[in-house]
Each structure stands twice: as structure tokens, then as C-alpha cells.
Design a protein around this ligand. Structure first.
Ligand code: DAT
Ligand code: MG
Length: 148
């Protein structure tokens, strides 16, 4: 089954949105298989956002993502990578549709509440970057026969 890396950013944690965000993915029918509250180091932030290192906002981005605790998670389900991106909404909350997480709770692109992997390749890379194998659980959930 497909897995993706999702993370409630420091603004989402500070604004008491962690429960709301977990709730959305849980109710959708996806399965939480890994989670930890953590403070990201400068080094981890730079690796995670490496693709943006030449962008003008890179320094601000690294500063922001290391500024407070984040909730790092691995979610599992059919097409979870693309579906989670749809549920998050566009990067800029101005363009994110109402009903999406960024559309409902975000105001600026710099503080847009949540991160989610954008492809199978980045999902694999990001899961490995944030989690050890033994931190990702394999278990069956009783609702699966009603979701699939
Ligand atoms: P996403 O998080 O939707 O995958 P991205 O990978 O293009 O978006 O950018 C990573 C993060 O960088 C994004 O969530 C917020 C920040 N960011 C992107 N574009 C920005 C901009 N023009 N100004 C400030 N921050 C920006
Ligand atoms: Mg991205």
C-alpha cells in the first residue's frame, strides 16, 4: 500500500490545528502508521528542502520550519500521496480552495500549515529522512474492509 510523509508545520502546531489535521486524514479513510512530535534541526531542514536551496525564500523557509515543534507523520492508503496533496490545497493559501487545509486555515505562502510529499520518489525519500524503519508500524485496521 502507498505511503506518504505529512507534517504539521510549526504554525499548525502553535495554532492548535494538529488534531484537526489528523482528524481529516483519519476520517478520509487513511491509516496513520508513524508519528512523532519533533523539533527539526538546521541540517535536517536543509536536506528536506534541498530542492529549494537556490530560491530567495530558502533562508526564511529553513528558519520557519526549525522555529518550533512539528508533527511528522507517515500515512498509508490507496493513492494517499496525490489525495493528501489535494486535501492540503495549493501551496499558496490564496489559491487553495475552501475545504482544503491550506484553503481553510492558511493566509500566507510562508506559513501554510502542512507539508506533504509530492510524488512517490519524494515520499520514499522523506519517510526515510524522518523515520527509522522500526518507527513505522504494520497493522490491520478494522475499518479497512469498509474503506476498500
Ligand atoms: P509545497 O509545500 O506545496 O510542496 P513547494 O515545495 O513549492 O510547495 O515549497 C515548499 C515550501 O516553501 C512551501 O510550502 C512554502 C514555501 N514557499 C514556496 N514558495 C514560496 C514563496 N514564493 N515565498 C515564500 N515561501 C515559499
Ligand atoms: Mg514541495
Amino acid at each position: 500500500m502507498e505511503q506518504t510523509f505529512l507534517m504539521v508545520k510549526p504554525d499548525g502546531v502553535q495554532r492548535n490545528l494538529t488534531g484537526e489535521i489528523v482528524n481529516r486524514f483519519e476520517r478520509k479513510g487513511f491509516k496513520l502508521v508513524g508519528a512523532k512530535l519533533m523539533q527539526i534541526s538546521d541540517e535536517l531542514a536543509k536536506t528536506h528542502y534541498g530542492e529549494h536551496e537556490d530560491k530567495p525564500f530558502f533562508g526564511e523557509l529553513v528558519g520557519f520550519i526549525t522555529s518550533g515543534p512539528v508533527l511528522a507523520m507517515v500515512w498509508e492508503g490507496e493513492n494517499v500521496i496525490a489525495t493528501a496533496r489535494n486535501m492540503m490545497g495549493k501551496t499558496n493559501p490564496l489559491e487553495a480552495a475552501p475545504g482544503t487545509i491550506r484553503g481553510d486555515y492558511g493566509v500566507t505562502v510562508g506559513k501554510n500549515i502542512i507539508h506533504g510529499s509530492d510524488s512517490p520518489e519524494s515520499a520514499q525519500k522523506e519517510i526515510n529522512l524522518f523515520f527509522n524503519d522500526n518507527e513505522i508500524l504494520s497493522y490491520s485496521k478494522q475499518d479497512s474492509e469498509w474503506v476498500y
